[in-house]
Write a new protein. Sequence first.
Length: 419
Amino acid sequence: MSLRERVAGWAGPKRTGGSGPLPQGPDRLLVAMILGLTGFGVVMVFSAGAAFAAKTYGDWTYFLKREAAYGAAGLLAFAIGMRLDYSIYRRLAYPLLFLSMAMLAAVLKVGPAINGAVRWFRWGALSFQPSELAKFALALYLAVLLARKAEKVKDFSMGFLPPLVITGIFLVLLLKQPDLGTAVIMGVTALGLLFVAGTRTSYILLSVLVAAPIGWKVFIAGEPWRMRRFMAFLYPWQFRRDSGYQLYESLISVGSGGIFGQGLGQGHQKLFFLPEAHTDFILAIIGEELGLCGVLAVLLAFTVLVWRGLRAATRARDALGCYLAFGVTLLFGLQALVNMCVVLGLLPTKGLPLPLVSYGGTALVMSLFMAGVLANISARNPEPVPGSFWQSLRWSRGRVCKNRRSDGSNVQVVVEAKS
Protein backbone atom coordinates (compact mmCIF):
# COMPACT_ATOMS: atom_id res chain seq x y z
CA MET A 1 0.00 0.00 0.00
CA SER A 2 1.39 3.40 -0.97
CA LEU A 3 1.82 6.40 1.28
CA ARG A 4 -1.19 8.10 -0.28
CA GLU A 5 -3.36 5.06 0.43
CA ARG A 6 -2.07 4.64 3.99
CA VAL A 7 -2.97 8.18 5.03
CA ALA A 8 -5.92 8.89 2.76
CA GLY A 9 -8.25 8.67 5.73
CA TRP A 10 -6.86 11.78 7.46
CA ALA A 11 -5.11 13.69 4.69
CA GLY A 12 -8.30 14.94 3.11
CA PRO A 13 -9.04 15.44 -0.57
CA LYS A 14 -6.62 17.30 -2.82
CA ARG A 15 -7.73 20.56 -4.41
CA THR A 16 -7.81 19.99 -8.10
CA GLY A 17 -9.03 21.90 -11.09
CA GLY A 18 -9.58 21.04 -14.69
CA SER A 19 -5.87 21.20 -15.41
CA GLY A 20 -4.33 19.61 -12.32
CA PRO A 21 -3.47 20.73 -8.78
CA LEU A 22 -4.03 24.39 -8.12
CA PRO A 23 -1.02 26.45 -6.97
CA GLN A 24 -1.49 27.73 -3.44
CA GLY A 25 1.94 28.93 -2.32
CA PRO A 26 4.16 27.30 0.31
CA ASP A 27 2.58 26.15 3.57
CA ARG A 28 2.76 29.29 5.73
CA LEU A 29 2.64 27.42 9.02
CA LEU A 30 5.48 25.16 7.89
CA VAL A 31 7.58 28.16 6.83
CA ALA A 32 6.80 29.93 10.12
CA MET A 33 8.02 26.95 12.16
CA ILE A 34 11.23 26.69 10.13
CA LEU A 35 12.07 30.38 10.41
CA GLY A 36 11.02 30.51 14.05
CA LEU A 37 13.27 27.62 15.05
CA THR A 38 16.17 29.14 13.10
CA GLY A 39 15.84 32.53 14.76
CA PHE A 40 15.40 30.96 18.17
CA GLY A 41 18.51 28.88 17.54
CA VAL A 42 20.64 31.96 16.89
CA VAL A 43 19.52 33.46 20.21
CA MET A 44 20.16 30.26 22.18
CA VAL A 45 23.56 29.64 20.56
CA PHE A 46 24.61 33.11 21.71
CA SER A 47 23.29 32.49 25.22
CA ALA A 48 24.81 29.01 25.53
CA GLY A 49 28.19 29.75 23.94
CA ALA A 50 29.10 33.28 25.01
CA ALA A 51 31.19 32.28 28.05
CA PHE A 52 33.00 29.50 26.20
CA ALA A 53 33.68 31.82 23.24
CA ALA A 54 35.10 34.53 25.52
CA LYS A 55 37.52 32.10 27.17
CA THR A 56 38.53 30.20 24.03
CA TYR A 57 38.54 32.91 21.36
CA GLY A 58 38.65 36.12 23.40
CA ASP A 59 35.37 37.28 21.86
CA TRP A 60 32.07 36.58 23.61
CA THR A 61 30.16 37.21 20.35
CA TYR A 62 32.27 34.72 18.36
CA PHE A 63 29.55 32.05 18.03
CA LEU A 64 26.83 34.66 17.54
CA LYS A 65 28.59 36.20 14.55
CA ARG A 66 29.37 32.84 12.97
CA GLU A 67 25.89 31.45 13.56
CA ALA A 68 24.36 34.64 12.10
CA ALA A 69 26.57 34.20 9.01
CA TYR A 70 25.58 30.54 8.72
CA GLY A 71 21.95 31.55 9.17
CA ALA A 72 22.19 34.12 6.36
CA ALA A 73 23.72 31.52 4.03
CA GLY A 74 21.07 29.05 5.15
CA LEU A 75 18.23 31.48 4.43
CA LEU A 76 19.62 31.95 0.92
CA ALA A 77 19.66 28.16 0.52
CA PHE A 78 16.11 28.04 1.92
CA ALA A 79 14.94 30.63 -0.62
CA ILE A 80 16.53 28.66 -3.47
CA GLY A 81 15.01 25.39 -2.27
CA MET A 82 11.59 27.00 -1.93
CA ARG A 83 11.64 28.70 -5.36
CA LEU A 84 13.26 25.94 -7.40
CA ASP A 85 10.66 23.40 -8.50
CA TYR A 86 11.56 20.06 -6.95
CA SER A 87 11.14 18.18 -10.25
CA ILE A 88 14.61 19.39 -11.27
CA TYR A 89 16.18 17.16 -8.59
CA ARG A 90 15.14 14.10 -10.58
CA ARG A 91 18.08 14.79 -12.91
CA LEU A 92 20.44 15.47 -9.99
CA ALA A 93 19.67 12.36 -7.93
CA TYR A 94 22.46 10.11 -9.19
CA PRO A 95 25.16 12.81 -9.48
CA LEU A 96 24.44 13.87 -5.89
CA LEU A 97 24.41 10.25 -4.74
CA PHE A 98 27.86 9.45 -6.14
CA LEU A 99 29.27 12.84 -5.13
CA SER A 100 28.22 12.37 -1.51
CA MET A 101 29.61 8.83 -1.50
CA ALA A 102 32.94 10.07 -2.87
CA MET A 103 33.09 12.84 -0.28
CA LEU A 104 32.33 10.45 2.59
CA ALA A 105 35.16 8.22 1.39
CA ALA A 106 37.56 11.13 0.83
CA VAL A 107 37.01 12.68 4.25
CA LEU A 108 38.32 9.48 5.84
CA LYS A 109 41.65 10.05 4.05
CA VAL A 110 42.13 13.81 4.23
CA GLY A 111 39.86 14.99 7.05
CA PRO A 112 41.35 15.95 10.42
CA ALA A 113 40.51 13.92 13.52
CA ILE A 114 38.44 15.99 15.97
CA ASN A 115 37.51 14.37 19.29
CA GLY A 116 38.33 10.99 17.79
CA ALA A 117 36.07 11.42 14.74
CA VAL A 118 36.93 12.20 11.11
CA ARG A 119 33.81 13.92 9.76
CA TRP A 120 34.86 17.30 8.33
CA PHE A 121 36.82 18.84 5.49
CA ARG A 122 38.66 21.92 6.76
CA TRP A 123 39.92 24.95 4.86
CA GLY A 124 41.26 27.39 7.42
CA ALA A 125 38.32 28.72 9.43
CA LEU A 126 35.80 26.99 7.13
CA SER A 127 34.64 23.40 7.38
CA PHE A 128 32.22 21.11 5.54
CA GLN A 129 30.55 17.96 6.86
CA PRO A 130 29.70 15.65 3.91
CA SER A 131 27.26 13.54 5.95
CA GLU A 132 24.81 16.47 5.85
CA LEU A 133 24.80 16.38 2.05
CA ALA A 134 24.55 12.58 2.18
CA LYS A 135 21.24 12.78 4.09
CA PHE A 136 19.57 14.73 1.30
CA ALA A 137 21.28 12.69 -1.43
CA LEU A 138 19.99 9.41 -0.01
CA ALA A 139 16.45 10.73 0.54
CA LEU A 140 16.38 12.08 -3.03
CA TYR A 141 17.76 8.88 -4.55
CA LEU A 142 15.18 6.76 -2.74
CA ALA A 143 12.35 9.12 -3.72
CA VAL A 144 13.34 9.00 -7.41
CA LEU A 145 13.83 5.23 -7.35
CA LEU A 146 10.56 4.47 -5.56
CA ALA A 147 8.60 6.86 -7.77
CA ARG A 148 9.99 5.18 -10.88
CA LYS A 149 9.69 1.57 -9.68
CA ALA A 150 6.37 1.81 -7.88
CA GLU A 151 5.06 -1.36 -9.52
CA LYS A 152 8.21 -3.34 -8.57
CA VAL A 153 8.53 -2.22 -4.96
CA LYS A 154 7.23 -5.54 -3.63
CA ASP A 155 9.86 -7.50 -5.54
CA PHE A 156 12.90 -8.33 -3.39
CA SER A 157 15.57 -8.24 -6.09
CA MET A 158 14.23 -5.22 -7.99
CA GLY A 159 12.42 -3.09 -5.42
CA PHE A 160 14.09 -3.82 -2.07
CA LEU A 161 17.67 -4.98 -2.62
CA PRO A 162 19.02 -2.02 -4.71
CA PRO A 163 18.05 0.72 -2.20
CA LEU A 164 19.20 -1.52 0.65
CA VAL A 165 22.65 -1.93 -0.93
CA ILE A 166 23.05 1.81 -1.57
CA THR A 167 21.94 2.61 1.98
CA GLY A 168 24.36 0.01 3.30
CA ILE A 169 27.27 1.69 1.50
CA PHE A 170 26.38 5.00 3.13
CA LEU A 171 26.14 3.37 6.56
CA VAL A 172 29.52 1.67 6.24
CA LEU A 173 31.19 4.96 5.28
CA LEU A 174 29.52 6.76 8.19
CA LEU A 175 30.47 4.08 10.69
CA LYS A 176 34.09 4.39 9.57
CA GLN A 177 34.17 8.04 10.73
CA PRO A 178 32.67 6.93 13.24
CA ASP A 179 29.17 8.48 13.22
CA LEU A 180 26.74 5.92 14.55
CA GLY A 181 24.00 8.49 15.21
CA THR A 182 23.77 9.74 11.62
CA ALA A 183 24.03 6.17 10.32
CA VAL A 184 21.03 5.13 12.42
CA ILE A 185 19.00 8.16 11.29
CA MET A 186 19.70 7.48 7.61
CA GLY A 187 19.05 3.75 7.97
CA VAL A 188 15.68 4.27 9.67
CA THR A 189 14.73 6.91 7.09
CA ALA A 190 15.48 4.49 4.26
CA LEU A 191 13.40 1.73 5.84
CA GLY A 192 10.60 4.21 6.54
CA LEU A 193 10.49 5.26 2.88
CA LEU A 194 10.49 1.64 1.74
CA PHE A 195 7.66 0.88 4.17
CA VAL A 196 5.36 3.68 3.01
CA ALA A 197 6.16 2.86 -0.63
CA GLY A 198 4.63 -0.57 -0.13
CA THR A 199 7.65 -2.84 0.38
CA ARG A 200 6.72 -6.09 2.08
CA THR A 201 6.88 -5.72 5.85
CA SER A 202 8.57 -9.10 6.12
CA TYR A 203 11.57 -7.78 4.14
CA ILE A 204 11.94 -4.80 6.46
CA LEU A 205 11.61 -6.89 9.62
CA LEU A 206 14.13 -9.40 8.29
CA SER A 207 16.67 -6.65 7.56
CA VAL A 208 16.20 -5.22 11.06
CA LEU A 209 16.53 -8.62 12.72
CA VAL A 210 19.74 -9.28 10.80
CA ALA A 211 21.28 -5.83 11.28
CA ALA A 212 20.39 -5.26 14.96
CA PRO A 213 22.48 -8.05 16.56
CA ILE A 214 25.40 -7.38 14.19
CA GLY A 215 25.28 -3.69 15.01
CA TRP A 216 25.17 -4.38 18.74
CA LYS A 217 28.04 -6.85 18.64
CA VAL A 218 30.35 -4.89 16.33
CA PHE A 219 29.59 -1.23 16.98
CA ILE A 220 28.51 -1.14 20.63
CA ALA A 221 29.69 -4.18 22.59
CA GLY A 222 32.80 -4.37 20.39
CA GLU A 223 33.82 -0.75 21.09
CA PRO A 224 34.82 -0.21 24.74
CA TRP A 225 34.16 3.54 24.67
CA ARG A 226 30.65 3.01 23.26
CA MET A 227 29.97 0.32 25.86
CA ARG A 228 30.99 2.78 28.59
CA ARG A 229 28.55 5.30 27.14
CA PHE A 230 25.81 2.68 27.20
CA MET A 231 26.52 1.82 30.83
CA ALA A 232 26.56 5.54 31.66
CA PHE A 233 23.12 5.81 30.05
CA LEU A 234 21.84 3.03 32.32
CA TYR A 235 23.57 4.33 35.47
CA PRO A 236 24.29 8.06 34.99
CA TRP A 237 24.82 8.78 38.70
CA GLN A 238 27.30 5.94 39.11
CA PHE A 239 29.40 7.10 36.14
CA ARG A 240 28.95 10.84 36.67
CA ARG A 241 32.70 11.49 36.96
CA ASP A 242 33.60 9.42 33.90
CA SER A 243 31.66 8.54 30.75
CA GLY A 244 28.39 9.72 32.27
CA TYR A 245 29.61 13.23 33.12
CA GLN A 246 27.92 14.94 30.14
CA LEU A 247 24.57 13.26 30.73
CA TYR A 248 24.79 13.95 34.47
CA GLU A 249 25.36 17.67 33.89
CA SER A 250 22.62 17.75 31.26
CA LEU A 251 20.07 16.33 33.69
CA ILE A 252 21.13 18.85 36.33
CA SER A 253 20.72 21.65 33.78
CA VAL A 254 17.23 20.57 32.71
CA GLY A 255 16.10 19.87 36.27
CA SER A 256 17.28 23.20 37.65
CA GLY A 257 15.11 25.13 35.20
CA GLY A 258 11.82 24.14 36.77
CA ILE A 259 8.64 25.23 35.04
CA PHE A 260 9.60 28.69 33.78
CA GLY A 261 13.41 28.57 33.91
CA GLN A 262 16.00 30.85 35.43
CA GLY A 263 15.71 33.44 32.68
CA LEU A 264 17.35 33.85 29.28
CA GLY A 265 21.11 34.16 29.72
CA GLN A 266 20.96 33.30 33.42
CA GLY A 267 21.91 29.62 33.23
CA HIS A 268 24.97 28.33 35.10
CA GLN A 269 25.68 24.95 33.45
CA LYS A 270 27.06 26.66 30.34
CA LEU A 271 29.82 28.14 32.52
CA PHE A 272 32.17 25.22 31.72
CA PHE A 273 30.11 22.54 33.50
CA LEU A 274 28.18 21.11 30.51
CA PRO A 275 30.32 20.17 27.47
CA GLU A 276 28.92 20.96 24.01
CA ALA A 277 26.35 23.30 25.54
CA HIS A 278 25.88 25.30 22.31
CA THR A 279 25.84 22.26 19.99
CA ASP A 280 24.50 18.80 20.84
CA PHE A 281 23.20 19.73 24.31
CA ILE A 282 21.62 23.09 23.58
CA LEU A 283 18.23 21.74 24.67
CA ALA A 284 19.62 21.35 28.20
CA ILE A 285 20.40 25.09 28.28
CA ILE A 286 16.93 25.82 26.93
CA GLY A 287 15.50 23.75 29.79
CA GLU A 288 17.63 25.56 32.36
CA GLU A 289 16.96 29.10 31.14
CA LEU A 290 13.41 28.77 29.79
CA GLY A 291 12.24 25.83 31.87
CA LEU A 292 9.73 23.15 31.00
CA CYS A 293 7.77 25.73 29.00
CA GLY A 294 10.75 26.34 26.72
CA VAL A 295 11.37 22.64 26.14
CA LEU A 296 7.68 22.02 25.40
CA ALA A 297 7.65 24.97 22.99
CA VAL A 298 10.56 23.47 21.04
CA LEU A 299 8.87 20.06 21.06
CA LEU A 300 5.62 21.64 19.83
CA ALA A 301 7.45 23.47 17.02
CA PHE A 302 9.04 20.26 15.75
CA THR A 303 5.72 18.43 16.09
CA VAL A 304 4.04 21.05 13.90
CA LEU A 305 6.93 20.89 11.42
CA VAL A 306 6.58 17.12 11.12
CA TRP A 307 2.79 17.35 10.85
CA ARG A 308 2.91 19.91 8.06
CA GLY A 309 5.71 17.96 6.33
CA LEU A 310 3.59 14.80 6.30
CA ARG A 311 0.66 16.87 5.09
CA ALA A 312 2.80 18.16 2.23
CA ALA A 313 3.77 14.57 1.39
CA THR A 314 0.20 13.31 1.26
CA ARG A 315 -0.92 16.24 -0.89
CA ALA A 316 2.05 16.38 -3.26
CA ARG A 317 1.29 16.56 -6.97
CA ASP A 318 3.21 13.38 -7.83
CA ALA A 319 4.97 10.36 -6.35
CA LEU A 320 8.40 12.02 -6.37
CA GLY A 321 7.18 14.92 -4.25
CA CYS A 322 5.31 12.53 -1.99
CA TYR A 323 8.35 10.39 -1.18
CA LEU A 324 10.84 13.27 -1.07
CA ALA A 325 8.68 15.25 1.37
CA PHE A 326 8.24 12.17 3.54
CA GLY A 327 11.98 11.46 3.55
CA VAL A 328 12.96 15.03 4.46
CA THR A 329 10.29 15.17 7.17
CA LEU A 330 11.49 11.87 8.61
CA LEU A 331 15.08 13.16 8.71
CA PHE A 332 14.01 16.25 10.67
CA GLY A 333 11.69 14.37 13.01
CA LEU A 334 14.03 11.49 13.81
CA GLN A 335 17.06 13.69 14.46
CA ALA A 336 15.10 16.07 16.68
CA LEU A 337 13.60 13.14 18.60
CA VAL A 338 16.96 11.43 19.12
CA ASN A 339 18.63 14.67 20.25
CA MET A 340 15.88 15.41 22.76
CA CYS A 341 15.94 11.86 24.12
CA VAL A 342 19.73 12.00 24.55
CA VAL A 343 19.57 15.32 26.44
CA LEU A 344 16.81 13.98 28.71
CA GLY A 345 18.60 10.69 29.38
CA LEU A 346 16.21 8.51 27.39
CA LEU A 347 18.87 7.34 24.89
CA PRO A 348 22.65 6.84 25.10
CA THR A 349 24.75 9.91 24.23
CA LYS A 350 25.10 10.51 20.47
CA GLY A 351 26.76 13.35 18.61
CA LEU A 352 23.63 14.61 16.87
CA PRO A 353 22.72 18.33 16.90
CA LEU A 354 19.18 19.64 17.28
CA PRO A 355 18.12 20.58 13.71
CA LEU A 356 17.87 24.32 13.00
CA VAL A 357 18.71 25.18 16.63
CA SER A 358 22.19 23.84 17.48
CA TYR A 359 25.36 25.65 16.43
CA GLY A 360 26.80 24.46 13.14
CA GLY A 361 27.53 25.61 9.61
CA THR A 362 26.96 22.70 7.22
CA ALA A 363 24.12 21.30 9.31
CA LEU A 364 22.23 24.61 9.40
CA VAL A 365 22.68 25.44 5.71
CA MET A 366 21.71 21.94 4.52
CA SER A 367 18.79 21.74 6.98
CA LEU A 368 17.41 25.04 5.69
CA PHE A 369 17.88 23.94 2.08
CA MET A 370 15.97 20.71 2.73
CA ALA A 371 13.30 22.73 4.54
CA GLY A 372 13.03 24.93 1.44
CA VAL A 373 12.54 21.84 -0.73
CA LEU A 374 9.80 20.70 1.66
CA ALA A 375 8.14 24.13 1.43
CA ASN A 376 8.28 23.95 -2.36
CA ILE A 377 6.55 20.57 -2.35
CA SER A 378 3.88 21.93 -0.02
CA ALA A 379 3.01 24.63 -2.59
CA ARG A 380 1.65 21.97 -4.98
CA ASN A 381 2.48 24.01 -8.05
CA PRO A 382 1.80 22.33 -11.42
CA GLU A 383 4.65 20.64 -13.25
CA PRO A 384 6.58 23.35 -15.15
CA VAL A 385 7.86 23.12 -18.68
CA PRO A 386 11.49 21.86 -18.55
CA GLY A 387 13.95 24.76 -18.68
CA SER A 388 17.31 25.88 -17.42
CA PHE A 389 18.28 26.08 -13.76
CA TRP A 390 18.11 29.89 -13.77
CA GLN A 391 14.74 29.91 -15.53
CA SER A 392 13.41 27.60 -12.83
CA LEU A 393 14.45 30.07 -10.14
CA ARG A 394 12.46 32.95 -11.64
CA TRP A 395 9.03 33.85 -10.29
CA SER A 396 6.30 34.88 -12.74
CA ARG A 397 2.62 35.66 -12.63
CA GLY A 398 1.81 33.03 -15.27
CA ARG A 399 3.56 29.66 -15.19
CA VAL A 400 3.29 27.40 -18.24
CA CYS A 401 2.87 23.73 -17.45
CA LYS A 402 2.11 20.57 -19.33
CA ASN A 403 -0.90 18.54 -18.34
CA ARG A 404 -1.96 15.19 -19.69
CA ARG A 405 -5.44 14.64 -21.09
CA SER A 406 -7.29 11.41 -20.47
CA ASP A 407 -6.37 10.28 -24.00
CA GLY A 408 -2.65 10.58 -23.21
CA SER A 409 -1.90 13.72 -25.24
CA ASN A 410 -0.27 16.83 -23.80
CA VAL A 411 -1.86 20.25 -23.71
CA GLN A 412 -0.18 23.47 -22.56
CA VAL A 413 -2.13 25.68 -20.17
CA VAL A 414 -1.19 28.73 -18.18
CA VAL A 415 -1.92 28.62 -14.46
CA GLU A 416 -1.89 31.83 -12.45
CA ALA A 417 0.48 31.70 -9.46
CA LYS A 418 1.19 34.27 -6.79
CA SER A 419 4.52 36.02 -7.15
